[in-house]
Design a protein around this ligand. Structure first.
Ligand code: 5FU
Length: 276
């Protein structure tokens, strides 16, 4: 069966990258393909939202550089919540520089991302050297990398041959590149006429997911969990404001209700896709 028709458990068993395997196992164990993106600027709001949504997610997505009162205790608390609720951590850093620079940005500085984030991501724009730089830090730690093959925003330039080249770069670096940030499955994308379809399983994690809005005032575009998981074959739905709202201090009961709702929608679309 094509990868899109296999269960998360079947796919977990075949993964060799530790982060990819752990993510698929977590999805299966908790029966959730929901990743919540927590883009708030106060550490108290950040940690409270994560503690609230923790039971309903496989993964939390962070932009730690937006936290105004950041200090290293935020990471300690985040790791405690990851253990308490059984989810993985994805820092959405979107690296985009030369290999030497991204290796430093990934390992060092204020955030030391590689030391706590199971998964991070990079723009393919610099070419394969960005993967060499990041993998020199991430592979020894058992981390996984997603390449940004497509974006959710209006007018995105990541289309066509750019997307195809991103998939080729991933294929050449299977030890570290576990999949894509994209809007569709990427199976077989970018294969040349003389290349046969490889037996490959890239994870597709998809932002730009919302049930109540079509977009925001700054170019974001939303599709539903059903469109993303069932129609486009993506594996994980990434939801931010759809879960925690516009008010960062949102009432935990309201946040919980939305997390449960997106978890249920994402799982139902998956069950329908694989026929279980
Ligand atoms: F790569 C991408 C993309 O193509 N679209 C995105 O929206 C990343 N994102 C991130 O997902 C963005 O940086 C936000 O952190 C999150 C979406 O948040 P929202 O509140 O659900 O719109």
């Amino acid at each position: 069966a094509s990868v899109a028709m296999q269960t998360y458990a079947q796919r977990a068993a075949k993964q060799t990258n530790p982060a990819a395997r752990a993510l698929l196992e977590t999805i299966e164990r908790k029966r959730t393909n929901l990743c919540v993106s927590v883009d708030v600027t106060k550490q108290a709001d950040f940690l409270r939202i994560i503690d609230t949504v923790g039971p309903y997610i496989c993964l939390v997505k962070t932009h730690v550089d937006v936290i105004e009162d950041f200090d290293s205790s935020v990471i300690d608390r985040l790791q405690e919540l990851s253990a308490k609720h059984d989810f993985l951590i994805f820092e959405d850093r979107k690296f985009a520089d030369i290999g030497n620079t991204v290796a430093l940005q990934y390992s060092s500085g204020v955030y030391k991302i590689a030391s706590w984030s199971h998964i991070t991501n990079a723009h393919p724009v610099p070419g394969p050297s960005i993967i060499s730089g990041l993998s020199s830090v991430g592979v020894p730690l058992g981390r996984g990398l997603l390449l940004l093959a497509e974006m959710s925003t209006k007018g995105s330039l990541a289309t066509g041959s750019y997307t195809e080249e991103a998939v080729r770069m991933a294929r050449a670096n299977r030890d570290f590149v576990i999949g894509f940030i994209a809007q569709h499955r990427m199976d077989g994308v970018g294969l040349r006429e003389d290349e046969s379809s490889p037996d490959e399983d890239f994870l597709v994690l998809t932002p730009g997911v919302g049930l109540d809005a079509k977009g925001d005032a700054m170019g974001q575009q939303y599709r539903t969990p059903r469109e993303v998981v069932l129609e486009s074959g993506c594996d994980v739905i990434i939801v931010g404001r759809g879960v925690y709202g516009k008010d960062n201090a949102a009432d935990p009961d309201a946040v919980r209700v939305q997390a449960e709702r997106y978890r249920a929608e994402g799982w139902k679309a998956y069950q329908e896709r694989v026929g279980i």
